[in-house]
Design a protein around this ligand. Structure first.
Ligand code: HEC
Length: 103
């Protein structure tokens, strides 16, 4: 028996989707959560509807995984009590609306 190729086949799907959470999440639910819990503070900092924070020059996020981590970090600070799937909804909303990362 040669276990190695078998193992590679098993791992392949995991490698192919770095942040699968966002691909299966619901951006509409995400917008609701985001508008309720997240906008006010970004608004205070950047004015307008607060969305400039997602489109400003020199932003540091570069893929879905980092976006999800940022959402989780801001969320932890907020103590909203969101579940991971709710964080994914918000990540999916922000990605659809502003970031447009495809990986
Ligand atoms: C208490 C204020 C505050 C609240 C509330 C807040 N954030 Fe933030 N957020 C910040 C600050 C400050 C930054 C910028 C940090 C930096 O410059 O690295 C930021 C940056 C971000 C970014 C990265 C922007 C970019 O592209 O550079 C994302 C995404 C984000 N917040 C998501 C959220 C989400 C989702 C929520 C709701 C759970 C939330 N934030 C609530 C303060 C807040």
């Amino acid at each position: 028996m040669r276990p190695t190729p078998m193992l590679a086949l098993l791992l392949l799907p995991l490698l192919a989707q770095a942040a699968p959470e966002l691909d299966h999440a619901d951006p509409v639910a995400g917008k609701t959560l985001h508008d309720k819990d997240c906008v006010s503070c970004h608004q205070r900092m950047y004015g307008g509807d607060g969305s400039t924070i997602y489109t400003r020059d020199g932003r540091v996020l570069s893929d879905k995984t980092e976006l999800l981590q940022r959402v989780a970090a801001c969320n932890a600070q907020m103590n909203t009590g969101w579940f991971p799937d709710e964080e994914a909804h918000v990540g999916a909303y922000l990605n659809q609306q502003y970031y447009r990362f495809d990986k």
